[in-house]
Design a protein around this ligand. Structure first.
Ligand code: 6PG
Length: 468
């Protein structure tokens, strides 16, 4: 019987770095990759470490202590099913298989059901933090068979990033909950990335600032209570000069955003659940619009915007933009956590929202100082549906909303793109209404399709013949 504590299948940069991370924390690792070339490279890189390199899945299975812990780090989709198909006959009941990729949570639910039938334990684990995080300490979101988590906890909590109140890893819930939480993490990531991009676009194209001046603004925001990993790397990226041209490298990058699908899945599932996440969804749509470069080039010749230019005082306006950014980011967290709240009930995940905020405070891409307040809000009110109703965030929303309104007003007036900023403001303005114009919408539905409506003054369901 083998002695290695953790097996890893897929030794690409994420799998390899997670392996090095585990080995560095004292957990013997065995790794396998389908590519003979990759296997050779890894074998050379791990010489002298307690990191065995297997040449087949059988060799990997034999190298592991029982119950086996096997982490699959291959691209989401068919490759995961193919690995599981090959691995399954080599495993024994109670062995634990973890999928650490960005798999769709419904695939994870299906795989968990299939493997549980064979007595195996399956975990879908969100891993956030990119290559660096995988090596130094990611945020880990494992969901699956609760009882088996005790076999993973010592390893995963040591591998994870550490913050003042503990490791950035916690048992999330049953089934596909770990991948669900990671998916929503990515939805929030999309929203914040789009807000940063729009802020840069506004500073550059509306205010006419240079890339260096914009860098200084992001660096200053990052050094304040607004601090977040994404603001930090924005300042870093904007400072990078292309050695060949001497220009800021960012200005030479093609403006077509790509995506692997987790933001889109977040929006799709929010629609299924009936949760409004306009800022997160608009971020997916902004990426789609950006990717249609040829269409935009054609449209730019035909469709005109206003000829007006920014006329105000830049400094106070940038302070308002900061407030607007802060409130728009709050709406990203509010929308994402409301989706988690609803999904938790709908899918019976029993999510602990304060704990999720806590494990996002380190290691992951959306780590930010603001998450302390998010964690505190859900600790004080575990059944809080929308963050903006908590004392701290409602106060912030009320204080910052005039700035968000001013920024959206200016962006609209000057014809600058600001889908995510506008979506955030529209979200707040709709959410805070006692009465929305949906009464007319209901009347119209009933008029053209006899869809019926309810009344404010009596119970029941009504239909009217509107033509008489
Ligand atoms: C993380 C990231 C990561 C994600 C990339 C790319 O938390 O480490 O969310 O898992 O895959 O950010 O996502 P897109 O290609 O869809 O932008």
């Amino acid at each position: 019987m083998g002695q290695q504590h953790l097996g890893i299948i897929g030794l690409g940069v994420m799998g390899f770095n997670l392996g090095l991370n585990a080995e560095g924390k004292g957990f013997p690792v065995a790794g396998f990759d389908a590519s003979a070339e990759k296997t050779r490279q890894v074998a050379a890189q791990v010489a002298g470490k307690n990191f065995a390199v297997a040449h087949s899945l059988r060799e990997l299975a034999d190298a592991l202590e029982r119950p086996r812990r096997i982490l699959i780090m291959v691209p989401a989709g068919a490759p995961v099913d193919s690995v599981l198909g090959e691995l399954r006959p080599l495993l024994d009941p109670d062995d634990i298989v973890i999928d650490g990729g960005n798999s769709h949570f419904k695939d994870t639910e299906r795989r968990a059901r299939d493997l549980e039938h064979a007595g195996l334990r399956f975990f879908g684990m969100g891993v956030s933090g990119g290559e660096e995080g995988a090596l130094r300490g990611p945020s880990l979101m494992p969901g699956g068979h609760e009882e088996s988590y005790r076999h993973l906890e010592p390893l995963l909590t040591r591998m994870a990033a550490q913050v003042a109140d503990g490791p950035c890893c916690a048992y999330i819930g049953p089934g596909g909950s770990g991948h669900y939480v990671k998916m929503v993490h990515n939805g929030i990531e999309y929203g914040i990335l789009e807000l940063i991009a729009e802020t840069y676009g506004i500073l550059k194209n509306v205010l006419g600032l240079s890339t260096t001046e914009i860098r200084d603004i992001f660096a200053a925001w990052s050094d304040s209570d607004l601090n977040s990993f994404l603001l930090e790397i924005t300042a870093l990226v904007l400072a990078k000069i292309d050695p060949e041209t001497g220009q800021p490298l960012v200005e030479l990058i093609l403006d077509e955003a790509e995506q692997k699908g987790t933001g889109k899945w977040t929006a799709q599932d929010a629609m299924d659940l009936g949760v409004a996440i306009p800022t997160l969804a608009s971020a997916v749509e902004a990426r789609i619009l950006s990717s249609q470069k040829q269409d935009r080039l054609a449209a730019s010749e035909i469709l005109r915007g206003p000829a007006r230019r920014f006329a105000g005082d830049r400094k106070p306006w940038i302070a308002r933009l900061r407030d607007a950014y802060q409130l728009a980011v709050i709406t990203c967290y509010a929308q994402g956590f409301e989706q988690l709240y609803v999904a938790s009930h709908e899918y019976d995940y029993r999510l602990r929202l304060a704990e999720i905020a806590r494990i996002w405070k380190g290691g992951c891409i959306i780590r930010a100082r603001m998450l302390d307040a998010v964690q505190a809000a859900f600790t004080a009110q575990p059944q809080l549906k929308n963050l903006m109703l908590s004392p701290v965030f409602s106060r912030a929303a009320n204080e910052l909303s005039e700035s968000l309104r001013e920024v959206v007003r200016t962006v609209v007036d000057l014809g600058a793109p600001g889908l995510a900023f506008a979506a955030s403001l529209g979200y707040i303005d709709s959410y805070r209404q006692r009465r929305l114009p949906a009464n007319l919408l209901q009347a119209l539905r009933d008029c053209f399709g006899a869809h019926t409506y309810r009344r404010v003054d009596r119970d029941g369901v009504f239909h009217t013949d509107w033509s008489r």
